[in-house]
Design a protein around this ligand. Structure first.
Ligand code: ATP
Ligand code: MG
Length: 378
């Protein structure tokens, strides 16, 4: 879907905002706190029905307002049809009621709404993901999968719930028989859910690898070869054997896990590993190189999404260019111009954005929650 217009009412600091999107690039620029990321968050909400900043949606409604509304107008190029996708948020006691509307009709099942406006999000936190904790990397991977396969989020949530239950039993004071019975039940569920999560993550990394390797060379220049792999705690296990391997391993480790009061094996302990010329990133790569690795992964994600759905996804780049030097910026935008369809990006420094001669871009200034069309600032 080509997105033409975004309307926002009472969303964060945006009382009322209307934004026409460029066919390729829309650059939102302005000072800190102006509302740039809020606009990206509004688009992301329509794309995924979630926020990338908060898990509860209450903070998205403008202070003092009772409800918020966001809507995208676009065109399905294949079918040559216009379409409108909206999300309403209404305060209801302490929580927020969310409803999704497509072309005037309320869509009850979230699964029927997802995927209509596909997007890929990239934030400055993503750039630091390789230097951060394994949890951050697992999250980074899961967000990519989540955009492709909605069942993944449900499996993750279910897995985490069972994991918490198992950990509670490990720390509790049940009788031995009760304890063993409960652990048995949880381990079967963790094996089933965990193996699905593991396999999706590993399959994603395998699928993106070729694009990742070539995109890294493109951004960083030649001379170093990048590699990426999913690193499961259990080591390499054939796909069909993962469920049993996880369940058996949980059973074998009961003694250890009881002593530690926590579950020490499973996809919640796995990692995403990247390396340069066979050196682990943490100990070897420079700051710029680790960023180039993450960028390469995102570009691979864009290429993969394009192959998967036949059309390039909308790319949301929140403030990433200020974290890169001018040359890498230029290379990043070169790669994006080639692979992305539409792209919305935010920046405090619009002169940093090098879209190249050919790319047509719309510049919009954001100030205090208000938007103003602009030419590219000098
Ligand atoms: N529910 C809300 N109601 C009103 N204002 C809000 C609400 N939530 C956040 N804000 C305001 O929105 C502003 C932040 O907007 P946003 O995160 O989009 O800034 P930004 O332009 O991306 O800035 P930066 O360049 O620092 O990233 C802040 O001024 C914040 O106080
Ligand atoms: Mg911001």
């Amino acid at each position: 879907m080509e997105i033409q217009h975004l309307s926002v009412r009472d969303f964060r600091n945006l009382a009322l905002a209307e934004l026409d999107l460029g066919q390729r690039f829309t650059v939102l620029f302005g000072e800190n706190g102006a509302g740039k990321t809020n606009l990206v968050e509004a688009i992301y909400l329509i794309s995924t029905l979630r926020s990338f900043r908060v898990s509860e949606l209450g903070p998205l409604i403008r202070e003092g307002a009772e409800s918020a509304h966001v809507e995208l107008r676009g065109r399905d190029l294949g079918l040559d049809l216009s379409s409108r996708l909206g999300v309403n948020l209404v305060r209801s006691g302490r929580s927020v009621r969310r409803s999704a509307i497509a072309d005037g009709k309320t869509i009850r099942a979230a699964a029927d709404f997802y995927g209509r406006a596909r997007s890929i999000l990239f934030t400055p936190e993503d750039l630091g993901v390789l230097r951060g904790s394994p949890a951050g990397r697992r999250n980074f991977l899961d967000r990519v999968i989540f955009a492709r396969e909605r069942a993944h989020i449900g499996d993750i949530q279910a897995y985490e719930k069972v994991l918490r239950s198992r950990n509670q039993v490990l720390r509790g004071d049940h009788s031995r028989a009760t304890r063993d019975h409960l652990l048995e039940t949880y381990e079967v569920a963790l094996g089933e859910l965990g193996s699905r999560i593991w396999s999706r993550r590993e399959a994603l990394v395998d699928a993106l690898r070729p694009s990742f390797v070539s995109a890294f060379t493109q951004i960083h220049g030649g001379g170093r070869v990048a590699a990426v792999r999913y690193a499961p705690r259990l080591g390499s296990v054939a796909e069909g054997e993962r469920e049993a391997a996880l369940r058996d391993s949980l059973q074998r480790r009961r003694g250890d896990d009881l002593a530690r009061g926590t579950t020490t094996v499973g996809p919640h302990r796995d990692d995403l590993e990247m390396s340069l010329d066979d050196h682990g990133v943490g100990t070897f790569a420079s700051q710029g190189q680790t960023r180039a690795l993450v960028l390469a992964f995102k570009i691979a994600e864009v290429r993969g999404a394009r192959e998967l759905s036949g059309e390039p996804p909308l790319l949301l780049l929140d403030d990433v260019s200020s974290e890169l030097d001018p040359q890498r910026n230029a290379r990043l935008f070169e790669a994006l111009t080639a692979d992305a369809g539409q792209c919305v990006l935010t920046t405090t420094a619009p002169h940093f954005v090098r879209l190249g001669e050919a790319a047509d871009a719309r510049f919009v200034e954001v100030a205090g929650g208000l938007l103003r069309d602009s030419t590219k600032p000098a």
